[in-house]
Design a protein around this ligand. Structure first.
Ligand SMILES: [Zn+2]
Ligand SMILES: [Zn+2]
Length: 363
């Protein structure tokens, strides 16, 4: 099982919520992919269900049985059956609903409902399945948790259907919505959720986490730097240095394009838009690389104590343009238009390709 790296403050918050009198039934984990959002949602499920946190069985106190006091700081215990199953991803009451066939429940009498393992969105039939499930008692947990990931892929009618359940949640079922693009969600859904912003983790914490997993120090340092505060990605890089090399090549390419004129940029935009048809994830990754470069430029300007306000403003515009482009792509705006707009908003710059500790910008 993958363990969480960083996020001590969020863990404290989740502990307070889960062990409090009225734990929220819907949480929204908003933050970039790879930061540990789903692991945090699972921690919430563990806190709600940890057997050590359970009230003593009825009559125990009467029989003179005093349960040992539990220090909330030590929860979840990580050792009870419930904690272990949730961590392994095999607890029957902690369910991840993603695009595909998870929980698909065709409407009664809908005999021709085709399977959709490769669908890009979370469909109404899946939400129907989740709602049916939510109405039943959990198999063995005190509280069931349905994790919706990524929540920004809920199709329109699916969003409206889940909203009703979030408004009147069944007592034994909780929901965790996970997304990198909370702006895409219905305002009414956001207002029903307790929002937890999951930010990138400082590089030193990521590096420590990798070392604690027995990863060799040189590789740990390189992977932590390349992952930009995303422990999940750092672990993947350390396990698969080829991916890390690809990422480094991507940064070099972006650096080159930043120095080019209009023609070069449009050619690049066209190539990227073409690729978006078949390789969405890799294009989104390339946007991350752009973001990394501009953040680095921002840090460099701050370090130089630059009084060059035009340089600062141009860099901030570039960062906003990357965020807008990502949002447009996730909202299915025509890819080429979104990408060209982004490239036009970039100032022409000579950038440094060397990876820096860009996570400091988020600390
Ligand atoms: Zn436990
Ligand atoms: Zn279906």
């Amino acid at each position: 099982m993958q363990q969480l790296i960083g996020h001590d403050a969020i863990l404290r918050e989740l502990r307070g919520l889960a062990l409090g009198d009225d734990p929220p039934h819907a949480l929204l984990f908003a933050g970039p992919e790879g930061t540990g959002r789903v692991l945090l949602a699972r921690e919430y499920a563990r806190l709600l269900n940890c057997e050590r946190a359970a009230p003593p069985p009825a009559g125990a106190a009467f029989a003179g049985f005093e349960p040992p006091p539990v220090d909330p700081e030590e929860l979840p215990c990580g050792e009870c059956r419930s904690c272990r199953l949730i961590a392994e991803g095999s607890h029957p009451d902690v369910i991840v609903m993603s695009p595909g066939d998870t929980l698909c429940r065709p409407r009664g009498g809908e005999s021709s409902h085709a399977k959709h393992p490769d669908s890009r969105d979370i469909r109404i039939c899946q939400v129907r399945g989740a709602i049916e499930l939510a109405a039943r008692y959990p198999f063995e947990a005190r509280y069931r948790l349905v994790i919706i990931e990524p929540a920004d892929r809920l199709a329109r009618e699916a969003s409206h259907a889940i909203l009703k359940t979030l408004e009147e949640p069944p007592p034994h079922t909780f929901f965790a919505l996970v997304t990198a693009a909370p702006e895409v969600l219905l305002e009414t859904i956001i207002s029903r959720c307790r929002r937890i912003d999951v930010r990138p983790v400082p590089r030193s914490e990521v590096e420590e986490g990798l070392l604690a997993r027995g990863i060799e120090s040189g590789l740990a340092a390189r992977a932590a730097a390349a992952a930009r505060g995303r422990p999940g990605r750092a672990i993947a890089f350390a396990e698969n240095p080829d991916d890390m090399a690809r990422r480094e090549r991507m940064l070099e390419k972006c650096t080159r394009v930043a120095g080019e004129g209009l023609k070069g940029r449009f050619d690049y935009a066209e190539g990227l838009a073409d690729r978006y048809r078949s390789q969405r994830a890799s294009v989104l990754e390339e946007l991350d690389a752009w973001e990394a470069l501009w953040e680095q430029e921002l840090l460099a300007a701050a370090r130089d104590g630059s009084a060059d306000t035009a340089r600062l403003a141009g860099t901030l515009d570039a960062l906003r343009a990357v965020a807008a482009c990502r949002e447009h792509l996730l909202a299915n705006v025509i890819a080429r238009a979104a990408i060209e707009l982004m490239l036009l908003s970039f100032p022409r710059r000579t950038l440094e390709a060397a990876p820096e500790d860009v996570t400091a910008a988020h600390a």
